[in-house]
Write a protein that binds this ligand. Structure first.
Ligand SMILES: [Zn+2]
Length: 448
């Protein structure tokens, strides 16, 4: 039990209050290794394959998605060789049958997957980072014309490779999967293939970071230039058991506390801790209007996923054939990438993945006790299934606040707070010896 008088002083909640958590030196040093030149070299090589359309050649050694896939695999193999056998990689292929819309005949669809196995044999958690290797011309059925795809999604794929390069030289108790999928533009085919397999095989995926279009800093329509903000899209309502979930959310007022929203908040907090001059802007939507992305495949299969996308998209470049019209250069070319912005967005991914993969598992069965009418809040939980936490953070925010405002450490598995459970939202995180927090879990009402 915590002394209430002391907590009254600590808990004068102010909208701007933030608890400062020290950086984990290992993660801070990995963040410093993220290199804009390295990111540039990946994108230059991806663009050199001419097109990476999913329906382009898989046998040509120089041009098309096959050459691009083989190159991505060779990069992962290079990192694997320096990882002491802990990183393994594979080109995971399937024959996709045509759907009559975006694929004309059967195709060989392939995801390039690298797995950094966790060091704790009792920890089966997986954290996954994804980008899409495929690109497109204006016509989705064009198999041969130039489709550079430097930003969409050379940028996301480059971030995946750079995270793999740096993180594969470190150890984590949980497993990290780095994947560049194909078939995104053709209808999220590669991610659906992967997410369905993960569900069928009961993979314990706790979080998916989908990076799609993260390297350009400006919109030519509005003349806005911005390389200090990045958007994270999260869903409010998980798709499985939608009706049941919606009823619970309505009863408890948890409209913005889905696992996807918790992950978005976690990115915002971790990015703020490790990446200077970058602010995560949480967008409370699954995706932009008229658009989708690979995170949706994971969400549809019951996994927690978010989409990370630059602040201002430039539509003279996306899905546009390379051409000049009225003095305007169209097309997704590497000269429009801001590699410093891409470095920061990659560092956001890296710090989040590393903090998650070093964290203990989430606290189990967290409850807010409701047996009595009281103006105090009584919380209980039990130890995580994975790892040995140093302790726990109880998170507190006002019901109208998008971010956690207070973070209180305890080594116990209960906490009594001098504030009414009716007036705040609460969360609980496990925290490791080196200060790495699990994702928060929301205590549900319980009698004891
Ligand atoms: Zn894309």
């Amino acid at each position: 039990m915590i002394k209430l008088t002391a907590l009254f002083l600590v808990l004068s909640i102010c909208a701007e209050a933030q608890t400062i958590i020290d950086k984990d030196p290992e993660i801070a040093s990995m963040v410093k290794e993220v290199n804009p030149d390295s990111l540039k070299s990946y994108i230059t090589t991806m663009v050199s394959f001419g097109t990476r359309s999913t329906i382009s050649s898989v046998t040509d050694s120089k041009r098309g998605i096959g050459a691009a896939r083989n190159w991505a695999l060779s990069k992962f193999q290079e990192f694997a060789a320096a990882s002491g056998g802990r990183l393994t990689c594979v080109l995971d292929t399937t024959t996709y049958q045509p759907d009559g819309q975006r694929v004309a005949g059967p195709i060989n669809l392939g995801n390039v997957v690298a797995t950094l196995k966790g060091t704790d044999p009792n920890d089966h958690r997986i954290f996954l980072i994804s980008g899409h290797l495929d690109s497109r011309k204006t016509s989705i059925m064009d198999q041969t014309g130039d489709a550079p795809g430097a930003n969409d999604d050379g940028s996301g794929s480059a971030a995946v490779l750079e995270c793999a390069r740096i993180m594969s030289r470190h150890t984590f108790p949980a497993t990290i999967i780095f994947v560049t999928v194909s078939g995104e533009e053709q209808g999220l085919l590669g991610s659906a293939f992967m997410a369905k397999k993960a569900k069928a095989q009961n993979w314990d995926i706790e979080a998916v970071l989908n990076n799609d279009i993260i390297g350009s800093n400006n919109s030519s329509e509005t003349n806005i230039i911005n390389n200090t903000q990045v958007r994270v899209f999260s869903e409010a309502l998980p798709i499985p058991d939608l009706d049941k979930q919606a009823k619970m959310i309505r009863a408890l007022g948890l409209e913005n506390d889905s696992k996807s929203r918790q992950l978005a908040r976690y990115l915002k907090e971790t990015g703020g801790r490790y990446v200077d001059n970058l602010d995560v802007v949480m967008i409370y939507r699954p995706d932009r209007f008229l658009r989708g992305g690979d995170h949706l495949s994971y969400q549809e299969n019951g996994f927690t996923a978010v989409r990370i996308t630059e602040m201002n998209e430039n539509f003279t470049r996306q899905h546009q054939d390379v051409r000049k019209e009225n003095g305007i250069q169209y097309g997704d070319l590497p000269e429009f990438i801001d590699f410093e912005y891409l470095r920061k967005n990659t560092a956001l991914n890296l710090s989040t993945l590393a903090n998650l993969a070093k964290s203990p598992g989430v606290p189990q069965s967290p409850k807010v006790l409701t047996a009595d009418l009281t103006n105090l809040t009584n919380l209980t939980w039990s130890a995580p299934l994975e790892g040995k936490p140093k302790g726990y953070y109880v998170l507190i925010r006002e019901t109208t606040s998008p971010v956690w405002q207070k973070k209180i450490f305890t080594s116990e598995t209960t906490m009594t707070l001098p504030m009414s459970k009716d007036n705040y939202f609460f969360g609980v995180q496990s925290v490791s010896e080196t200060g790495n927090e699990s994702l928060p879990v929301i205590p549900l009402p319980g009698r004891r």
